[in-house]
Write a protein that binds this ligand. Sequence first.
Ligand SMILES: [Zn+2]
Length: 55
Amino acid sequence: MTIVDAFHSVKEDDKPLLARRYHNTDNCKIGQEIPDEERVEGNGDYTLCEDCAEA
Ligand SMILES: [Zn+2]
């Protein structure tokens, strides 16, 4: 488990505000499924993903 710079998917914008998540670990499955072209640096002012929060 490695903490990395916060990132999120551009597709979070399509979700309801309270469902939007960002990630900050390198082995989060949800984070890993974000394709490079959809990956955006920063937390987007979203909620930290539950998997990343357990890190
Ligand atoms: Zn995550």
